[in-house]
Design a protein around this ligand. Sequence first.
Ligand SMILES: [Zn+2]
Length: 345
Amino acid sequence: MFDNIDKSYITETVRSLMAIDSPSSFCQKAIEFIGQEATKLGYGFSITNKGCGVIEVKGRESGKKVGLAAHTDTLGLMIRSIDSDGSLNFTKIGGPQLPTLDGEYCRIHTRDGKVYTGTVLCKSPSSHVYPDAGRERNESNMYIRLDEQVRSADDVKKLGISVGDIVAYDPKTVITPSGFIKSRFLDDKASVACIISALKEMKSAGIKPRFDTQIFITVYEEVGHGGSPMGDGLSELLAVDMGCIGLDLGCTEYDVSICAKDGGGPYDYEMVTRLRNYAEQAKLDHVIDIYPFYGSDVGAMLRAGHDVKGALIGPGIHASHGMERTHINSLVQTVKLILLYLEAK
Ligand SMILES: [Zn+2]
């Protein structure tokens, strides 16, 4: 079963999600899109007070309720102050690798719904002028060059731009003929696409998960508290978030990664073992890994005090929080593991 996962549906869902700017706290449109997809597939959908999307999937059995989670919020920037010459200083949302942002195109979303474009640059941007043009990049020596004729802070304010406005930088999504998906924010929009694809596969095959399932699409994961309200009424929760690649880790861009332990400690022993068994029996391309610098929505939920088992899987994402890349095979393996977990004979 599920030998022919619809790859183009996965990549088109990734592409559609990437086209919607959604730094943490600015996810309303992304959640709307996810709600539309879930509704089209015939699943119930609601939005919590905090803005998290919840998809309800009826199971074959009652008595136990399980959860799935992925986050649609991304890293981003926010206007911190406006200099007298009209250049925009920024503060980070989450933990982007700032040197990789030098030269990136961005969109400034004002609170009145206007959108302006600009470029993230170093304050010594020209090689022909600044002796330190090659300097280290950090928040204090970078700024946003606005694509408007402004000469003063007042000119900027007249456009409706102000401190606290969201700045979303371009994900630069490219899908190559060789099956690579190059884009920022694969963490974690790739996993959201995997979950929606799993729902679509279940719908097409006319099957239900074993247990009633609640799927949370969270909106504050990158700042640490996305998953904290989840857990009420659940016996277990599986987070689908990016798998780490590098150093002595085993994961590649072709695998689904099962996390045994991250920065918050080990995940539920029985669930990790169960996920490993599904992956082994189905001969999925998979690895079990330790993520050294990592926290997930499951960790946020557990620290909020919920008595729920938790585990974490996800597609292998290279160069996370920088210019990321994965391969379609990794997403297919992830969709399959989600389906095996939900189907659970
Ligand atoms: Zn993530």
